[in-house]
Design a protein around this ligand. Sequence first.
Ligand SMILES: Cc1cc2nc3c(=O)[nH]c(=O)nc-3n(C[C@H](O)[C@H](O)[C@H](O)COP(=O)(O)OP(=O)(O)OC[C@H]3O[C@@H](n4cnc5c(N)ncnc54)[C@H](O)[C@@H]3O)c2cc1C
Length: 157
Amino acid sequence: MKYEENDPLLLMHFQEAIEQRAYAAGGGEFVAPAQRMADFCSNTISSSLPSCSYLPGIASSQMSDVLPKFIHTTLQEGLRSFGKKMHGYYINEAVILAAESRTSSPVRIPRDSETLQHPQIKNLYPCGEGAGYAGGIVSAAMDGERVAGSVGLVLSK
Ligand SMILES: Cc1cc2nc3c(=O)[nH]c(=O)nc-3n(C[C@H](O)[C@H](O)[C@H](O)COP(=O)(O)OP(=O)(O)OC[C@H]3O[C@@H](n4cnc5c(N)ncnc54)[C@H](O)[C@@H]3O)c2cc1C
């Protein structure tokens, strides 16, 4: 992966590149690339996979083809380390799927802290995950509630 260091959308391109690799590794149709945990840590392609509740299905893949090296090796170290601390954690029945890449947007749309409107565009209320104000169901709901309150205040005037 090659990136322009000063590109303000750098981390969005980074996220997109991982998603594209995961999509390709699963063979398309949103089938998720998968690897058993011990196989993941030893860079071995799993010859079989346990059943999984992910509905589009899973396909045995080499996760190093999907994840950037620093993420792949850090996860390998972390899983091995947890395995030493928690008996029964590090097993080959556990399956790793790629990639849970949705999180707070790496780019934040500015908004006024009082009115919650965009500083330059009146009546535009950046809100929730895509605007960079939430990173999950609860924080998005709470931000939505806050913004709805501000819109309600304006409408009631
Ligand atoms: C696979 C997956 C698993 C997840 N698991 C968890 C979890 O376990 N726990 C957790 O806390 N979070 C989880 N999340 C994250 C969570 O779903 C999001 O953080 C949350 O839904 C963000 O809420 P939101 O209202 O900000 O955005 P969204 O829920 O994305 O809502 C944005 C809405 O805007 C609509 N929209 C977009 N463009 C336009 C347009 N031009 N005009 C009109 N409407 C438009 C979209 O259709 C969508 O309905 C997961 C996300 C994914 C994808």
